[in-house]
Design a protein around this ligand. Structure first.
Ligand code: AMP
Ligand code: ZN
Length: 658
């Protein structure tokens, strides 16, 4: 690029960022994700560096956004800064090394980067005088009346001198969920919820949202000097501010990295929205020595986790038929990198969901993907002139039958003759949590269906190695392996067999409950509705589905065929485990060193326990691994017994020897 091109590109970027800033800050309706915004911003900063020019209207000249006219302005006594950021360990290590060169025995604190709204609080004579947003860093909005409604903000403190603290206004995820349960206008996410609540001219609205402010810095204090952040936090706690519950110091990069990784791994369990961690130098005098750049302190850096939410263009919608005949709309997206993977497709759940979220093709949509979860479309970011309504399909995309509407869903009722349904049923039957036939992927099932006429799960057990060798890409080794895996699958545990039948609405948990209660297939086949409903997690729809499934003569044939093929179901009692944890309600939390979550859950369930994901007063005990979060806190609050992993291993040994 020559100079002229660089300049024109900079102008373009400034226009784009200004537009998005207005939408985000002034209107609270973001039109692009934070990660995309960061990208535009970084690109602009880079061009400014290359060209050595910063245009007068560049957003890099200030830290925040425009000020709403409805609020009084607040001039910050001390400027509020942004944070230096990095997204990989190489940059983080460089930063740590740079600091260590200047400060030989540097110690760092590590805390969450809360994703909410920056708030500055000023106290005089022990009273809250003003609360303000960051605004552009030097002038913010006066939101005192709004912030006064937040219960975690002390209105009175013991310290009498002037004090200015900085913190983050947040809405906890549990409060967001609670709020959305009854709200006519559900809030899209916790970050927007906070901004909308605090920058709202009616303080009553703020009050209904149940916000918190977590304080992380003393920006100014009259007549007092602190030695370290740790000391600052002690002071803040004494004055009843909400500060981070844990405070630890780290000096070598290895332990910093380990801790950052751990926090990243467990962040899904937190009750607050975070988008990274912040590393800060602990010593205050050293901080003063290092000072500030125009934008951020030199003594702190934020490590941002890979984005989980982005917007991208929805190009098209295709309709998929699942094993129960349910038709699911799948969005075809312009590929985006999300949480470390390229996302090209995302589920739209059902036709009702498309209407509710007003999704259209050729529009930009918010996509979310967190670990191991199917990417999901949250809502529309913006429409384009080409945006068009998504048509409701009339015929099954696989077999052409007329679709039937049931609630928000569409169904193909051609259960026994619809190709996609059959293939999906076989794939489900073979999957890990079902009969666990290793190597039988969806692609192999498709080939078997087409070339070997495998039209039912029982046909799998008639397959020979010679037949498999006819399939493309099948050599002796692969064919032998699959035949062996099919053979091994012939003695399933009862719960896995139930799950493998693919009865609508019956997942792994329900299958386990059913197996536990009915012990064998015969009992289950003749279970009455009352008996089914007596199970805690089985509702009317599930009970009806089960009864209908076994009433259908085709199911009888299927089960007979499977028995004829040599399937012998292990009855529930035969599993031979001790029932020492019978009926106990257990919650696992944090990172366990010696077990996989799934393995431990299965093991405890075999011992009769009920492993759940929420702590309540009925919980018998929790097992807390490293870096356990809100569940541990809740357990302590409710006086629920807590075992560390080590203690629990001891207990297990004891139980097993009984
Ligand atoms: P950014 O707005 O992305 O430049 O990041 C700077 C902002 O991060 C600050 O203005 C704070 O609102 C926010 N932040 C969240 N958690 C922390 C924390 N633990 N320490 C400092 N700033 C934080
Ligand atoms: Zn069909």
């Amino acid at each position: 690029m020559n100079d002229k091109q660089i300049l024109s590109h900079m102008n373009e970027l400034i226009d784009q960022i200004t537009h998005h800033n207005y939408n985000y800050y002034s209107l609270d309706t973001p039109t692009i994700s934070d990660a995309e915004w960061d990208k535009l911003y970084d690109e602009l900063m880079n061009l400014e560096k290359i060209s050595g020019t910063v245009l007068s209207n560049s957003p890099t000249k200030r830290v925040g956004g425009d000020i709403l006219t409805g609020f009084k302005k607040h001039t910050h006594k001390i400027n509020l800064y942004s944070l230096n950021k990095c997204t990989n360990f190489k940059e983080l290590e460089e930063w740590v090394n740079d600091i260590k060169e200047k400060v030989s025995d540097a110690k760092f604190s590590l805390e969450h980067k809360y994703d909410g709204l920056t708030i500055s609080l000023t106290y005089k004579n022990g009273k809250l005088l003003t609360a303000a947003t960051r605004g552009n860093g030097s002038i913010g909005e006066n939101v005192t009346e709004q912030v006064k409604t937040i219960k975690t903000v002390p209105l009175k403190i013991d310290f009498e001198g002037e004090l200015i603290v900085q913190g983050e206004g947040i809405m906890s995820l549990s409060n967001l969920k609670k709020y959305n349960k009854t709200a006519t206008d559900p809030l899209k996410n916790a970050r927007n919820a906070v901004a909308g609540a605090i920058r709202n001219l009616d303080p009553k609205v703020t009050a209904t949202r149940n916000l918190d402010v977590i304080v992380y810095t003393i920006s100014y204090i009259e007549g007092k000097n602190f030695v370290s952040q740790q000391e600052e936090y002690e002071f803040l706690k004494q004055n009843r501010f909400l500060v981070a519950k844990e405070f630890n110091l780290y000096s070598d990069f290895k332990s910093i990295k380990k801790q950052v990784e751990l926090i990243g791994k467990n962040k899904g369990e937190l009750d607050i929205l975070t988008d990274g961690v912040v590393l800060k130098l602990n010593d205050i005098a050293e901080r003063t020595d290092l000072g500030y750049t125009a934008k951020f302190p030199r003594w702190a850096i934020a490590y941002k986790f890979a984005a989980e939410e982005l917007s991208t263009k929805l190009k098209d919608v295709v309709w998929q038929v699942g094993r129960t005949g349910k038709i699911t709309p799948i969005a075809i997206l312009e590929p985006v990198e999300l949480a470390g993977a390229t996302v090209r497709r995302a589920t739209l759940n059902n036709y009702g969901d498309i209407l509710r979220k007003q999704i259209k093709t050729h529009s930009y949509v918010f996509v979310r993907r967190s670990n191991e979860v199917i990417p999901e479309i949250l809502g529309v970011a913006r429409l384009t002139p080409q945006s068009t309504d998504i048509q409701k399909p009339i015929h099954c995309p696989s077999c052409g039958s007329i679709l039937v509407e049931d609630g928000a869903n569409l169904f193909c009722r051609n259960f026994y003759d619809c190709e996609e349904q059959i293939k999906d049923r076989i794939t489900h039957f073979a999957s890990r949590d079902a009969m666990n036939i290793e190597g039988l992927s969806g692609k192999t099932v498709e080939a078997m269906y087409e070339k070997l006429r495998v039209k039912s799960v029982s046909d799998l057990y008639q397959l020979t190695k010679e037949e498999l060798l006819k399939l493309e890409g099948f050599k002796d080794k692969k064919a032998t392996k699959i035949i062996k895996a099919i053979e091994i699958s012939k003695t399933p545990e009862f719960n896995k067999f139930i799950y493998s039948l693919g009865i609508s609405g019956i997942g792994t948990k329900a299958s386990k409950d059913l197996a536990k209660k009915f012990k064998n297939l015969n009992n289950l086949m003749f279970a009455t509705k009352e008996e089914l409903l007596s199970l805690h997690d089985v509702g009317t729809i599930m009970a009806d589905n089960i009864i209908e499934f076994f009433k259908n003569p085709v199911s009888d044939w299927l089960i007979n065929d499977l028995k004829f093929s040599g399937i012998v179901i292990k009855e529930e009692e035969e599993t031979g485990h001790s029932k020492a944890l019978w009926g106990k309600k257990i919650v696992l939390t944090g990172t366990l060193e010696n077990f996989g979550r799934k393995e431990l859950t299965e093991m405890l369930e075999k011992m009769g326990a009920n492993v759940t994901s929420t702590v309540s007063k009925n919980t018998d005990f929790i097992v807390a691994g490293e870096n356990a979060g809100s569940k541990l806190t809740k357990a302590k609050e409710l006086n629920v017994k807590v075992y560390t992993e080590k203690e629990f291993i001891e207990k297990l040994k004891e139980l097993k020897s009984k």
